[in-house]
Design a binder for this molecule. Structure first.
Ligand code: GLU
Length: 228
């Protein structure tokens, strides 16, 4: 167990991310981190300590779009280098679960020149999305195509600083729900993390993928079919 919080809103979302992670602490974790879209690109803060330490380390971080994570290590020891979010080029990814085909993805992406800086299965998702963006520049579609290549269990959230204001989330086998409100749209591993901002929850099904912005939510299946 472990947790994800993501937020796209009209004002600074870092306090929402941190408060959400605190509500997910009961699930257990060994490290925590967040990434936001800043004026100069992705800004990432990671900590091997408690969420309170991440809160202190991110006190000067402000953004309207961001993702956050508490990690329960399955691939790679608990350390800052292995803590999420993982970054590849313009994008950052958080992931709960296990990618079973990460070794073949890692070999394929390494051969294409992508440099791995962690021991996690998750970093393969980051480089796979970045590689997919070369042929499919729309982040929603690129994440959807990348997810079609993943084997295993995942809940993920992805941001791209070249496409600010949007977050793509997807789930297959790991929990993830959306929180919808007039002031912003959110995602998290469980509702307790989002009650601070809304009571209007949308539970994603396995195989759902969604694009969130401050004022819109679109959900499709992995084949692109729109979900009502
Ligand atoms: N398998 C990933 C890792 O070891 C994600 C673990 C988790 O679910 O927190 O980094």
């Amino acid at each position: 167990m472990c947790g994800i919080v993501a937020a796209a809103a009209g004002n600074n979302i870092v306090p929402v991310l941190v408060e959400g992670l605190k509500k997910l602490e009961y699930r257990g974790y060994d490290s925590a981190g967040l990434a936001v879209i800043g004026s100069n690109g992705i800004e990432r803060v990671r900590s091997v300590g408690r969420v309170a330490e991440l809160e202190a380390a991110s006190a000067s971080t402000h953004s309207v779009t961001g993702i956050a994570h508490t990690r329960w290590a399955t691939h790679g020891v608990p350390c800052e280098r292995n803590a999420h979010p993982h970054v590849s080029g313009s994008i950052a990814v958080v992931h709960n679960g296990i990618i079973e085909n990460y070794e073949s993805l890692r070999a394929e992406l390494s051969a294409q020149g992508y440099v791995f800086t962690s021991d996690t299965d998750t970093e393969s998702i980051a480089h796979l999305v970045q590689a997919t963006l070369k042929n499919e520049p729309d982040l929603f579609k690129a994440v959807r195509l990348a997810c079609q290549r993943l084997v295993g269990a995942y809940a993920i959230a992805v941001i791209d600083h070249t496409q600010p204001g949007k977050i793509i989330v997807a789930r297959e086998g790991s929990p993830l729900l959306l929180g919808v409100s007039d002031s912003g749209n959110y995602a998290a591993s469980d509702a307790s993390a989002l009650l601070q901002v809304t009571r209007n929850m949308v539970y994603l099904e396995n195989g759902d993928i969604a694009e969130l912005s401050a004022d819109n939510v679109t959900i499709t299946r992995l084949d692109g079919t729109l979900v009502d």
